[in-house]
Design a protein around this ligand. Structure first.
Ligand code: TXA
Ligand code: MG
Length: 323
């Protein structure tokens, strides 16, 4: 298949209406999108991504009214969070209705929904008469894409169109929140900081799962990872050949390591900027083919928590699931 990269919303719409899979930009990462209520279209997503069928997808819509057609209830906590953060990097997992095929939710009785904050994609979604199921547009197990080029590099041969909405403004995936037995639970750290959520709805429990499938907890070895081994911790380069390591730091370069082997996530020390540069930085260093990448942990606050979570998953031999 010959892939085209462009900004033609009408073209993306026409392909999606035919049941095909199209890559779309969001503010978090690029998504691999298809008609969420067309089972065959959704199956194509799983095939292209080589994603196990037991890992459910997020349903993206243009408005809360539209998404309300697919959930059995929209409780008060969810309304509060949606009012504040939609469109934006927040996903709500709510009881599902029959209107969403089981393939989307891997047979769970809940569905994940979100309104992404990207002008082009909001325009596209508002022109469609169905919502879009979309996982991150990377092959299962690799780092999520934050530009049209990242998608092209890995899935270019398998989809007809990549809607190019530029670099993703947030750069890490959405924060996922649900309710379990009356308690609010965060299932994935992401673009909305936990502190912001707690300031609105009170304390939440973190349940950053190894697997979303209760039947297979922890059963997936994470390859949410560059091909290059990555270690996370305080950076001490004294034992390495400085020409042969890649380095990821928050705001300061490491003396002696060539600048082209270093990613400084935010020279100003801003966590939002750091999140935006994280995945592109990992991809870049991975492309150099060095034997090792050393990464520094960031402050465990705000978006720093989501960044550290992704770095931990990228670090070699961690057991967990790709996000
Ligand atoms: O920022 C994002 O959320 C991006 C963009 C494209 O919107 N999407 C994304 O999708 O990261 P994906 O498929 O890579 O991650 C979705 C996560 C998975 O970990 C999945 O297990 C979880 O959402 N999920 C989906 N439905 C769920 C459900 N009903 N219950 C629990 N977890 C669910
Ligand atoms: Mg993903």
């Amino acid at each position: 298949m010959i892939v085209e990269i462009g900004k033609d919303i009408a073209k993306a719409r026409a392909l999606l209406e035919r049941g095909l899979v199209v890559a779309i930009p969001t503010e978090t990462v690029y998504g691999l999108a298809a008609n969420a209520i067309d089972e065959d279209a959704v199956i194509r997503i799983f095939e292209i991504k080589r994603r196990p069928r037991f890992d459910p997808l997020i349903v993206h819509g243009a408005s809360r009214e539209q998404l309300s057609n697919y959930v059995a209830a929209f409780p008060e906590w969810a309304v509060t969070l949606a009012d504040r953060f939609w469109p934006g990097p927040l996903t709500l997992v709510l009881p599902k209705r029959e209107t969403i095929p089981d393939i989307v939710t891997s047979g769970l009785d809940s569905v994940a929904i979100r309104i992404p904050n990207h002008e082009m994609t909001l325009d596209l979604l508002s022109q469609l008469d169905f919502p879009l199921a979309a996982p991150s547009a990377n092959p299962f197990g690799y780092v999520s894409p934050t530009s049209a080029h990242h998608v092209f590099d890995q899935l270019g041969g398998e989809i007809p169109y990549i809607l190019d909405g530029g670099e993703c403004a947030v750069g890490v995936e959405s924060t996922i929140v649900t309710e379990q037995e009356g308690e609010l639970v965060v299932l994935r750290l992401g673009g909305v900081a936990i502190e912001e959520i707690e300031s609105l709805v009170g304390p939440v429990r973190l349940q950053i799962q190894a697997s979303s499938n209760p039947l297979a907890p922890g059963s997936l070895q994470s390859h949410y990872a560059p091909r290059t081994p990555l270690t996370l911790g305080p950076i001490d380069v004294s034992q390495y050949d400085l020409e042969r390591i890649g380095v990821i730091t928050f705001h300061t370069q490491i003396a002696g390591v060539p600048a082209r082997h270093q990613i400084v996530l935010s020279p100003e020390g801003d966590l939002r900027t750091a999140a935006k540069h994280l995945f592109g930085g990992i991809r870049y260093l991975d492309s150099l083919g060095l034997p090792l990448i050393l990464a520094e942990e960031l402050p465990e606050i705000g978006l720093g928590r989501a960044i550290n979570d992704r770095l931990r998953r990228a670090a070699a031999s961690i057991v967990g699931k790709p996000v």
